[in-house]
Design a protein. Structure first.
Length: 499
């Protein structure tokens, strides 16, 4: 009946995918058109992303989605989301020439449609951000920043990265990762609002207003030029059409629309929050634990508990905190792989971990800073346990079980904080994303928090991306609650009761 097809490009820290979805008032069907790996690239000057490679994978995935959609009526739109805070810097050839020669260069080819990416964008886990934190806090301390931007302290928030950015002086424009891919697809530059809220440069008082705006005073204080940034645009806006030059590959020109381009914003759209008191955990590399609110909470208590007020779709506030997610587990497996030269079997390890007796489980602080950078996690866990004078887990199943229980303990503490800080009670917790497949983690979270945990959908982010595209196309309408109603009707979740 009245359905449309859309393609969601969803880039996560460990993999990216292009998901083809058919959406209608009674229809929510989707399948993967492409999946490709992503990860940390270690270069002599630090940790980076291969964004050009991701763009190529996304293009090929979109081409596959176009082919698959053709006999079914064709694609109505596409949209990109990714992890937050990271960016690419751009400049036009003539701008670079004038920087190099100290003189104004000819204007040819100087339009915003043909800017060059400067350098290889950094990964937020790169350690250069440490010096950026010091530099920023020397000018504006964290309490002042929090009052203005409402963001939790994460050493890699964009504003800290920029204070340690070697190419800033050359740059004309900054685009966050999904907006950079959008630029490469369309030649058009915009900054999507939900992801802009993770830069630390958006005025938190405007986040829930429907027209989020940069904090230009803060930019000035930090020595950042307003001209470096584009206009902010809310989800639902149209970025543009794919460039003519891409048509030989894509087969046609496609409209590119803006959704919650911060993956977590799309994930929360795609979470079937079932009661007004429902909380969520969007669990992938990170566990984003919190509540959806109408207004930000920017109190001393929320600052001290490091709760963030990120911008959601439709001016909602994502009141949450970053807890360690599956990163600790995947880095642990990578370490064992390196050490043994053999691939590690996660399902088998989780099964063995479930049998580990309680006395062999160590609950340690997963928020410890030393877990942020890639590396030998089992060694760091042993070190931390020794410091805390708790017996360290020894066998692989003991280590895996201890990691899962420690993450769950982190989730439970964050849920308690969220309820206290927002002055609300919680009656159910929705676990979405890749972590929702981990039955041990879901059960441990229920046990440690005392709340029932409803698991799924796994692909909440792609679903949230697709739903906002369909609403923009006019196929769906209504509030986020109306959109979630469709997920509730078509999803069959597993519930874990606290024991
Ligand atoms: C999750 C996420 C999270 C951010 C982090 C950088 O993918 O977007 O919301 O804090 O990556």
């Amino acid at each position: 009946a009245d359905t449309t097809l859309h393609a969601a490009v969803d880039l996560g820290a460990s993999s990216g995918r292009v998901v083809l979805g058919r959406i209608g008032p009674d229809t929510l069907e989707f399948r993967e058109a492409a999946r490709f790996p992503n990860g940390v690239i270690n270069l002599p000057d630090g940790l980076h992303w291969n964004l050009v490679g991701l763009y190529e994978h996304a293009l090929n995935g979109l081409a596959a989605a176009v082919r698959q959609a053709k006999p079914e009526g064709g694609l109505a739109s596409v949209a990109v989301d990714s992890w937050a805070v990271d960016y690419g810097l751009l400049a036009s050839p003539s701008h670079l020439a004038s920087k190099a020669h100290g003189a104004a260069a000819p204007k040819q080819g100087d339009d915003a449609g043909s800017m060059t990416l400067l350098g290889t964008p950094f990964h937020y886990r790169d350690s250069r951000t440490g010096s950026g934190v010091e530099a920023v806090h020397a000018t504006a301390d964290f309490a002042e920043l929090y009052r203005r931007n409402g963001l939790q302290f994460l050493p890699f928030n964009t504003l800290y990265q920029l204070a340690a950015e070697p190419l800033l002086a050359q740059a004309q424009k900054l685009l966050l990762v999904p907006d950079l891919l959008g630029y490469w697809l369309t030649g058009q530059m915009l900054t999507e609002a939900t992801n802009a809220s993770t830069t630390g440069l958006l005025d938190v008082r405007t986040t829930s207003s429907g027209a989020p705006e940069w904090d230009t005073d803060l930019m000035e204080t930090l020595g950042l030029s307003r001209a470096l940034f584009t206009e902010v645009a809310a989800p639902g806006a149209t970025l543009g059409w794919t460039r003519e030059e891409l048509t030989p590959l894509l087969g046609q020109r496609l409209p590119v629309t803006l959704v919650g381009s911060h993956d977590t914003a799309s994930a929360i759209v795609g979470t079937p929050l079932s009661t007004p008191d429902a909380a969520y955990i969007s669990c992938g590399t990170w566990g984003l634990v919190g509540l959806e609110l109408d207004e930000p909470v920017v109190t001393d208590a929320s600052r001290e508990a490091n709760f963030t007020n990120e911008g959601g779709v439709d001016g909602r506030i994502r009141f949450l905190t970053n807890v360690m997610g599956t990163w600790l587990l995947s880095e642990t497996l990578r370490t064992w792989e390196r050490q043994s030269g053999k691939p590690q079997d996660l399902p088998a390890l989780l099964e063995a971990a479930a049998e580990v007796p309680n006395y062999a489980v160590a609950v340690f602080d997963v928020q410890d800073e030393r877990f942020v950078a890639p590396g030998d996690m089992p060694a760091r866990i042993a070190e931390l346990c020794a410091e805390q004078e708790i017996p360290a887990p020894e066998t692989k199943p003991e280590i895996v079980r201890s990691i899962v229980e420690s993450i769950a303990a982190g989730f439970a503490a964050a849920l308690t904080d969220a309820a206290r800080l927002a002055g609300r009670s919680i009656d159910v917790v929705h676990m979405v994303g890749g972590g929702s497949l981990n039955t041990l983690l879901c059960q441990a979270t229920a046990d440690r928090s005392g709340y029932p945990v409803v698991a799924g959908p796994v692909e909440a982010t792609a679903i949230g991306n697709l739903l906002i595209q369909a609403r923009t196309a006019g196929t769906l309408n209504g509030s986020l609650e109306d959109l979630r109603e469709l997920i509730i009707r078509t999803n069959n979740p597993e519930t874990y009761r606290p024991r």
